[in-house]
Design a protein around this ligand. Sequence first.
Ligand SMILES: [Zn+2]
Length: 411
Amino acid sequence: MLPITRPCIEDAALVFQGQHILEVAPWKDLKAHWQGPIEDLGERVLLPGLINPHTHLEYTLMGDEFCGDVGAYAFTDWIDRIVRLKSRWSINQFAQSWISGYQDQWQSGTTTLADTLSQFPLLEAITKPDGPRLKCLLEWIHTEPGAVPPERVDRFKQALLSADHWGESPAGLSPHAPYTTTPDLWRTIDDHTELRHRCRSVHLAESRAELELFTQDQGPLKSWLKSKGINQSWGQGHPVDLFDQHDALQPGLLAIHGNLLDDLTVKRLSRKQVGLVHCPRSHAFFNHPPFPINACLKAGIVVALGTDSLASMPSPVGDRPFHLFHEIQWLMRRCLDISPTLALRMITLNAAKVLGMDKEVGSLDAGKLADWVTTPCQESPQSVEAWLVGSIPTWDRVTQAGRERFSGWSE
Ligand SMILES: [Zn+2]
């Protein structure tokens, strides 16, 4: 058993009642006083349910509309293409796309998911099927100068309430990116109690084009925004510094990507207790500069891994495209000094931490929700983590909150 918060336990037992874990210990320590029912899972490794802190499920079926070759799109060309595609899609297409992505999750071993949603009518249009615990992060794009009109704030608050009922975890906000939001929008969020306390995620320091726009006031993103009549209003500097100057860097902020960070901006994120989600396949797809993972870890930033959408993933995506072990493998191929222990933490406990959900999920500890996955395994406790991350495991049982959700059990 890999509890994540402590080393592998051989011949382990997990005791749960209802939705929660009561105890995790070596079976030899428990069996003398145990009187309840026992299920022997045999030669298997059991680890916490996986947590994906960044997806855009509504784009799942858009994957076919993009060439999956690495480097096929410059970042701004990709943005332009997805904006055009989105304007042509009906709400029905988005609904099918979202559902197909959501239904893939159990087999991928994901039991908790944070999904960024831009198409709010989906909250009414979809009867959500069975799937992992969902935290909906509602995208907010606001580029007009001046204060955000109150009626727009009210509409957003209404959507958040709908998203609270739609997902199993309180909904949050996703002010999209520095180039699609204004300091006024971030101030508005702080000014409203109903918005201020919610989880916030933002695509930050993702591409060279973004950096060029903010530090040099030029480049392809600048031209593209200009063609849409948009001027960025943050001022000039690194997006992380500009965010800090405008009080948008706050503890608990979830920064997606962070591909273009230098030592100073890493320190700034660390000081402000910002969490980071790295998406290794999306990173490779766009040929971004190397993600400064070692600098981030050294500075004490909590780094998790996410899948991003299937529209920004190198092909072939495989038959379980949302399986987070794909991300681990892409990461470990590029960053040779990442240990299997750390890689597994990035898709469990670290992902729970950046979402502010680590009291509930992310490890196998007493009091947390009984979420776990299993796969057949003959390895020793010393080699199990390395063995695990060397493949894309086929989970033969996925349990969430004590209930079996998926079983491909075979002896
Ligand atoms: Zn994204």
